[in-house]
Design a protein around this ligand. Structure first.
Ligand SMILES: CSCC[C@H](NC(C)=O)C(=O)O
Ligand SMILES: [Zn+2]
Ligand SMILES: [Zn+2]
Length: 405
């Protein structure tokens, strides 16, 4: 069920007169008010939110308390491979005190900027897909390929209880996917960014055991000196390759019990993002060697170790890319092709050998995903629906692929 609204504009901001707000904007704002926020997302309400008319719905339980909702619009040639419009339903937490409006009130200001956690990442896209499908159906359209809208939980916490499990589910195979769209990023310029691959996230904790002792003594072989050594080596230029950059950030340090006790162990965690062009086996060998060099018994564990190096074709000869890019061109949209710097659910789709493009139609918009005061302008949002109204027919009408489907 939709949440109760506290008036048409939900607590603050500009008051549109009755009936003046586009219903899709109202729906978007209602969706932003659902607290699908970690660490305890309320997914129960979002599953029933999506008012897509006259299409099949299903819900696949991937893990206890975690459901992938699917809306299917069957094509006139259901034997052809389908088009998936994927979005995740969860959002990241907020520092409420840093927001100028309640992050779950979906306040619209006098410029039409709609503030809310998930306004860019990626509740906008979910509602844009739904509204585009609704309009196309209302216009009596039908396409040869089946279209599936998939609404997936837990992307923001690594996808273990979401897409990672879903892609291994028999129901995923039954979707008979040919091509998928998923999230991208805003672009502050007039251009739109599209992502055809992703860096691999490696989250590593390095355990540095060392000699303990009194804090007043000269203690050798300490955990801290090993930790510093690992940090230095991971931050060397060896991590950089021409054209593609591996990023390394030290994100957590644990250890120590008192000022005057030299700790017996310190743990240091890193968030590494490795471009698909890097040889991952060689890279791990380097990490192993650096740990060895840092000192006795230094070991490491992975909390995330993604190994997918698939790209999605952006050759004009590729029928999916051609449908996508020529539609954008026809709408005078400038596309910037990039590798996604972080990780999305697309990586699990690509790992299955399926093409996926990351695209959120938000130009002229600062990148505010995961940031304070995340917002999207109403006009940009509405324009995005028009973009999907053109893209979806183009993709769902891609002729049968050569070599059979
Ligand atoms: C590695 S699983 C976490 C996924 C998250 N995605 C984004 C887009 O922020 C990230 O890259 O950190
Ligand atoms: Zn996202
Ligand atoms: Zn995110």
């Amino acid at each position: 069920m939709l949440p109760d609204k506290d008036g048409p504009n939900g607590g603050g901001g500009v008051q549109d007169g009755p009936g003046t707000e586009d219903p899709s904007v109202t729906l978007f704002r209602e969706y932003l008010r659902l607290k699908t926020v970690h660490p305890e997302p309320d997914y129960g309400t979002s599953e029933t939110l999506l008012p897509c008319p006259a299409v099949n719905r299903s819900a696949i339980s991937v893990c206890p308390g975690r459901v992938v909702a699917i809306i299917t619009w069957v094509g006139s040639r259901p034997e052809l491979k389908s088009v998936v419009l994927n979005s995740h339903t969860d959002v990241v937490p907020v520092y409420e005190e840093h927001w100028k409006h309640d992050p779950f009130a979906a306040v619209k200001d006098e410029h039409g900027n709609i503030y809310g956690r998930g306004s860019q990442d990626m509740k906008c896209v979910t509602i844009q897909y739904i509204e585009a499908i609704r309009r196309l159906k209302a216009a009596g359209k039908r396409f040869s390929r089946t279209i599936h809208l998939t609404f997936v939980p837990d992307e923001e916490v690594g996808g273990h209880k979401g897409m990672e499990t879903f892609v291994k589910h028999p129901e995923f195979q039954k979707l008979n996917i040919g091509f998928a769209l998923d999230e991208g990023l805003a672009n502050p310029t007039n251009a739109y960014t599209v992502f055809y691959g992703e860096k691999n996230p490696w989250w590593i904790t390095v355990r540095c055991p060392g000699s303990p002792g009194h804090g007043s003594r000269f203690v050798e072989n300490t955990a801290a000196e090993k930790l510093v050594s690992v940090f230095r080596m991971l931050n060397t230029n060896e991590c950089f390759t021409l054209g593609d950059v591996t990023t390394v950030n030290m994100t957590m340090v644990k250890g120590g019990v008192a000022y005057n006790v030299v700790p017996a162990e310190m743990d240091v965690s890193f968030d590494l993002r490795i471009p698909p062009t890097v040889n991952l086996q060689e890279f791990e060998e380097k990490i192993k060697a650096w740990c060895k060099e840092a000192g006795e018994d230094v070991t490491y564990d992975f909390a995330q170790k993604h190994m997918d190096q698939n790209f999605t074709s952006t050759e004009e000869s590729d029928p999916w890319w051609h449908a996508f890019s020529s539609t954008c061109k026809a709408m005078n949209m400038t596309l910037k092709k990039e590798i996604f710097p972080a990780a999305t659910d697309s990586r699990f789709i690509r790992e299955e050998g399926l093409p996926a493009i990351g695209f959120s139609p938000m130009n002229l918009t600062p990148i505010l995903l995961h940031d304070h005061n995340e917002y999207l302008n109403e006009q940009v949002f509405l324009r995005g629906i028009q973009v999907y109204e053109r893209l979806v027919p183009a993709l769902a009408s891609v002729p049968p692929l050569s070599g059979g489907e």
